[in-house]
Design a protein around this ligand. Structure first.
Ligand SMILES: Cc1cc2nc3c(=O)[nH]c(=O)nc-3n(C[C@H](O)[C@H](O)[C@H](O)COP(=O)(O)O)c2cc1C
Length: 183
Protein backbone atom coordinates (compact mmCIF):
# COMPACT_ATOMS: atom_id res chain seq x y z
CA UNK A 1 0.00 0.00 0.00
CA UNK A 2 2.83 2.37 1.02
CA UNK A 3 4.68 1.51 -2.21
CA UNK A 4 1.57 2.19 -4.24
CA UNK A 5 1.10 5.54 -2.46
CA UNK A 6 4.73 6.52 -3.17
CA UNK A 7 4.37 5.42 -6.79
CA UNK A 8 1.24 7.58 -7.24
CA UNK A 9 2.97 10.60 -5.64
CA UNK A 10 5.97 10.35 -7.94
CA UNK A 11 3.69 9.77 -10.95
CA UNK A 12 1.73 12.99 -10.24
CA UNK A 13 4.90 14.97 -9.52
CA UNK A 14 6.39 13.89 -12.85
CA UNK A 15 3.14 14.70 -14.68
CA UNK A 16 3.10 18.19 -13.14
CA UNK A 17 6.68 18.88 -14.20
CA UNK A 18 5.91 17.83 -17.78
CA UNK A 19 2.68 19.86 -17.89
CA UNK A 20 4.46 22.97 -16.61
CA UNK A 21 7.34 22.38 -18.95
CA UNK A 22 5.17 22.08 -22.03
CA UNK A 23 3.23 25.29 -21.18
CA UNK A 24 6.50 27.07 -20.65
CA UNK A 25 7.90 25.99 -24.01
CA UNK A 26 4.61 26.79 -25.71
CA UNK A 27 4.72 30.33 -24.33
CA UNK A 28 8.26 31.10 -25.28
CA UNK A 29 7.92 29.64 -28.77
CA UNK A 30 4.56 31.26 -29.74
CA UNK A 31 5.32 33.15 -32.97
CA UNK A 32 4.41 36.85 -33.06
CA UNK A 33 2.35 37.78 -36.10
CA UNK A 34 1.54 40.98 -37.96
CA UNK A 35 -0.68 41.64 -40.97
CA UNK A 36 0.59 44.40 -43.24
CA UNK A 37 -1.90 45.32 -45.95
CA UNK A 38 -3.25 47.97 -48.26
CA UNK A 39 -6.88 48.42 -49.21
CA UNK A 40 -8.57 51.03 -51.37
CA UNK A 41 -12.21 49.96 -51.15
CA UNK A 42 -12.10 47.87 -47.92
CA UNK A 43 -12.28 44.34 -49.39
CA UNK A 44 -8.69 43.48 -48.46
CA UNK A 45 -9.17 45.26 -45.11
CA UNK A 46 -12.09 42.95 -44.30
CA UNK A 47 -10.03 39.87 -45.18
CA UNK A 48 -7.11 41.20 -43.10
CA UNK A 49 -9.43 41.71 -40.12
CA UNK A 50 -10.79 38.18 -40.50
CA UNK A 51 -7.26 36.74 -40.50
CA UNK A 52 -6.40 38.90 -37.45
CA UNK A 53 -9.43 37.69 -35.52
CA UNK A 54 -8.41 34.06 -36.10
CA UNK A 55 -4.69 34.41 -35.41
CA UNK A 56 -4.36 37.20 -32.82
CA UNK A 57 -2.08 39.00 -35.27
CA UNK A 58 -1.52 42.76 -35.09
CA UNK A 59 -2.79 44.84 -38.01
CA UNK A 60 -0.89 47.52 -39.91
CA UNK A 61 -2.58 49.34 -42.79
CA UNK A 62 -0.34 50.97 -45.39
CA UNK A 63 -1.48 54.46 -46.44
CA UNK A 64 -0.06 56.78 -49.10
CA UNK A 65 0.83 60.39 -48.28
CA UNK A 66 -1.05 61.29 -51.46
CA UNK A 67 -3.90 58.75 -51.52
CA UNK A 68 -5.47 57.23 -54.59
CA UNK A 69 -9.02 58.34 -55.37
CA UNK A 70 -11.70 56.09 -53.98
CA UNK A 71 -13.47 55.54 -57.30
CA UNK A 72 -12.32 52.50 -59.29
CA UNK A 73 -11.89 54.27 -62.62
CA UNK A 74 -10.04 57.28 -61.17
CA UNK A 75 -7.79 55.03 -59.08
CA UNK A 76 -7.35 52.89 -62.19
CA UNK A 77 -6.00 55.74 -64.29
CA UNK A 78 -3.87 57.13 -61.43
CA UNK A 79 -2.25 53.78 -60.73
CA UNK A 80 -1.81 53.05 -64.43
CA UNK A 81 0.01 56.33 -64.85
CA UNK A 82 2.16 55.61 -61.74
CA UNK A 83 3.02 52.16 -63.12
CA UNK A 84 3.94 53.50 -66.56
CA UNK A 85 6.12 56.22 -65.02
CA UNK A 86 7.71 54.01 -62.36
CA UNK A 87 6.24 56.16 -59.56
CA UNK A 88 6.13 54.75 -56.02
CA UNK A 89 3.87 56.83 -53.82
CA UNK A 90 5.43 57.75 -50.50
CA UNK A 91 3.91 55.94 -47.50
CA UNK A 92 2.66 57.70 -44.38
CA UNK A 93 4.36 55.14 -42.13
CA UNK A 94 5.91 51.68 -42.26
CA UNK A 95 5.67 48.94 -39.62
CA UNK A 96 8.53 48.01 -37.31
CA UNK A 97 8.89 44.29 -37.95
CA UNK A 98 11.72 43.63 -35.51
CA UNK A 99 9.65 41.74 -32.94
CA UNK A 100 7.60 39.70 -35.42
CA UNK A 101 8.22 36.15 -36.68
CA UNK A 102 5.35 35.95 -39.17
CA UNK A 103 4.30 38.70 -41.59
CA UNK A 104 1.04 38.35 -43.53
CA UNK A 105 1.19 40.62 -46.60
CA UNK A 106 -2.13 41.59 -48.14
CA UNK A 107 -3.00 43.48 -51.28
CA UNK A 108 -5.80 44.04 -53.75
CA UNK A 109 -4.80 42.81 -57.23
CA UNK A 110 -3.93 45.79 -59.43
CA UNK A 111 -3.23 44.98 -63.06
CA UNK A 112 -2.44 41.36 -62.20
CA UNK A 113 0.08 42.35 -59.54
CA UNK A 114 0.48 43.97 -56.14
CA UNK A 115 -1.07 47.37 -55.51
CA UNK A 116 1.47 50.20 -55.76
CA UNK A 117 1.69 50.90 -51.98
CA UNK A 118 2.40 47.24 -51.19
CA UNK A 119 5.11 47.05 -53.86
CA UNK A 120 6.59 50.31 -52.53
CA UNK A 121 6.72 48.92 -49.00
CA UNK A 122 8.07 45.50 -50.00
CA UNK A 123 10.91 47.10 -51.94
CA UNK A 124 12.33 48.53 -48.71
CA UNK A 125 11.06 46.08 -46.07
CA UNK A 126 13.55 43.82 -44.32
CA UNK A 127 11.91 40.39 -44.27
CA UNK A 128 15.11 38.42 -43.77
CA UNK A 129 14.43 35.35 -41.60
CA UNK A 130 10.68 36.01 -41.33
CA UNK A 131 7.83 33.78 -42.46
CA UNK A 132 5.79 35.64 -45.07
CA UNK A 133 2.19 34.71 -45.84
CA UNK A 134 0.77 36.43 -48.94
CA UNK A 135 -2.93 37.11 -49.48
CA UNK A 136 -4.92 39.11 -51.99
CA UNK A 137 -8.42 40.04 -53.09
CA UNK A 138 -9.35 40.48 -56.72
CA UNK A 139 -12.22 40.73 -59.15
CA UNK A 140 -11.50 37.75 -61.40
CA UNK A 141 -7.88 37.57 -62.58
CA UNK A 142 -4.29 37.88 -61.40
CA UNK A 143 -4.36 35.93 -58.14
CA UNK A 144 -1.35 33.67 -58.75
CA UNK A 145 0.74 36.43 -60.35
CA UNK A 146 0.09 38.64 -57.32
CA UNK A 147 0.85 35.99 -54.69
CA UNK A 148 4.04 35.14 -56.62
CA UNK A 149 5.01 38.80 -56.84
CA UNK A 150 4.74 39.19 -53.06
CA UNK A 151 6.96 36.11 -52.69
CA UNK A 152 9.51 37.48 -55.16
CA UNK A 153 9.67 40.83 -53.37
CA UNK A 154 10.10 39.21 -49.93
CA UNK A 155 13.83 38.54 -50.18
CA UNK A 156 15.29 36.28 -47.49
CA UNK A 157 11.90 35.20 -46.15
CA UNK A 158 10.37 31.75 -45.98
CA UNK A 159 7.16 31.92 -48.00
CA UNK A 160 4.11 30.04 -46.78
CA UNK A 161 1.12 29.13 -48.95
CA UNK A 162 -1.02 32.20 -49.62
CA UNK A 163 -4.70 32.74 -50.30
CA UNK A 164 -6.71 34.78 -52.79
CA UNK A 165 -10.33 35.77 -52.45
CA UNK A 166 -12.25 36.59 -55.61
CA UNK A 167 -15.17 39.01 -55.81
CA UNK A 168 -18.32 37.65 -54.09
CA UNK A 169 -16.35 34.65 -52.81
CA UNK A 170 -15.82 33.85 -49.17
CA UNK A 171 -12.45 32.15 -48.76
CA UNK A 172 -12.08 29.35 -46.22
CA UNK A 173 -9.75 31.40 -44.04
CA UNK A 174 -9.99 29.08 -41.07
CA UNK A 175 -9.14 25.96 -43.11
CA UNK A 176 -6.25 27.71 -44.83
CA UNK A 177 -4.79 29.00 -41.52
CA UNK A 178 -4.96 25.50 -40.05
CA UNK A 179 -3.29 24.06 -43.15
CA UNK A 180 -0.32 26.42 -42.90
CA UNK A 181 -0.01 25.96 -39.14
CA UNK A 182 -1.12 29.45 -38.15
CA UNK A 183 -4.14 28.38 -36.13
C1 LIG B 1 -6.22 50.03 -60.17
C2 LIG B 1 -6.97 48.76 -60.07
C3 LIG B 1 -6.56 47.66 -60.82
C4 LIG B 1 -7.25 46.42 -60.71
N1 LIG B 1 -6.79 45.34 -61.41
C5 LIG B 1 -7.42 44.13 -61.27
C6 LIG B 1 -6.95 42.96 -61.97
O1 LIG B 1 -5.95 42.97 -62.69
N2 LIG B 1 -7.64 41.80 -61.80
C7 LIG B 1 -8.77 41.71 -61.01
O2 LIG B 1 -9.35 40.64 -60.92
N3 LIG B 1 -9.20 42.80 -60.30
C8 LIG B 1 -8.55 44.00 -60.41
N4 LIG B 1 -9.01 45.09 -59.71
C9 LIG B 1 -10.11 44.90 -58.75
C10 LIG B 1 -9.58 44.73 -57.31
O3 LIG B 1 -8.49 43.85 -57.25
C11 LIG B 1 -10.67 44.18 -56.37
O4 LIG B 1 -11.84 44.92 -56.46
C12 LIG B 1 -10.14 44.13 -54.94
O5 LIG B 1 -10.89 43.20 -54.18
C13 LIG B 1 -10.24 45.49 -54.25
O6 LIG B 1 -9.66 45.41 -52.99
P1 LIG B 1 -9.79 46.63 -51.96
O7 LIG B 1 -11.26 46.85 -51.72
O8 LIG B 1 -9.10 46.16 -50.73
O9 LIG B 1 -9.15 47.84 -52.55
C14 LIG B 1 -8.36 46.33 -59.83
C15 LIG B 1 -8.78 47.46 -59.11
C16 LIG B 1 -8.09 48.66 -59.21
C17 LIG B 1 -8.54 49.86 -58.40
Amino acid sequence: MKKFFLFMCSFFATACVFAQGSTYFKNISAPKKIIVYYSLTETTARLAEKIASETDADLFRLECKVPYSNGMSEAGSQSKSDKENGVHRELLAVPDLSSYDVVFVGTPVWYSGTANPVETWLLSADLQGKKVVPFCTYWSTGKNETLNEIAELSGGAEILEGIGQAHSQSADVSGWLKKIGMK
